[in-house]
Design a protein around this ligand. Structure first.
Ligand SMILES: [Zn+2]
Length: 183
């Protein structure tokens, strides 16, 4: 992929994600009258019929995957597991390099296909390693179905601003959203 195509591709996936976020805000507004706390869930996730996310990763940030994965796997719901010859790959994790997009990572659900997580090397490499680790765990949280948190949730792993988040494991509100979706 050349740089130009890469950029337009990122813009495209960002608008898909924006659509999801906008949908989520509407949903949050609707739910807030009935639920005591706001829930942050995506309408899609990478979990297959066997309650697994079979993933394949080729990324500079691969060293941070085991920590991110164990944080979610330990919550007792769907499990991330490495894709093998006998499984269907549910999620592909890879990198892009884009100076034009102020995004650290993106989760892109693909209807009827393999979901994607992209890390933007250009942005990620500006971050200290703890924040990089946090972004990796955060994007995995999207793949398991959780949405971004914004105001009032700055301590959450799913807080939407990767440059300020130093938590690398799910926090209490992440867990309560997870439990609403999977328990
Ligand atoms: Zn996010």
């Amino acid at each position: 992929m050349n740089a130009c195509n890469e950029l337009s591709f990122i813009k495209k996936v960002t608008s898909v994600l924006l659509g999801i976020i906008l949908g989520l805000l509407v949903l949050d507004g609707f739910l807030s009258s009935a639920a005591p706390t706001t829930v942050h869930l995506l309408s899609r996730n990478a979990v297959d019929g066997g309650n697994k996310i079979h993933y394949n990763a080729a990324t500079e940030y691969e060293d941070y995957l085991p920590s991110g994965i164990s944080g979610w796997n330990n919550l007792g719901g769907p499990k991330f597991a490495k894709d093998t010859a006998s499984t269907v790959q549910d999620l592909k994790i890879s990198d892009v390099y884009s100076k034009g997009e102020a995004t650290y990572g993106l989760y892109v659900p693909i209807i009827g296909g393999q979901d994607k997580i992209y890390f933007n090397i250009y942005m990620m490499d500006k971050l200290p390693s703890t924040n990089q680790k946090s972004v990796v765990a955060h994007e995995l949280g999207h793949a398991i179905g959780l949405g971004d948190h914004y105001s009032g949730y700055s301590g959450a792993l799913m807080y939407g601003y990767g440059n300020s988040n130093k938590n690398t494991k799910p926090q209490s509100h992440d867990k309560s959203d997870f439990n609403k979706l999977w328990k």
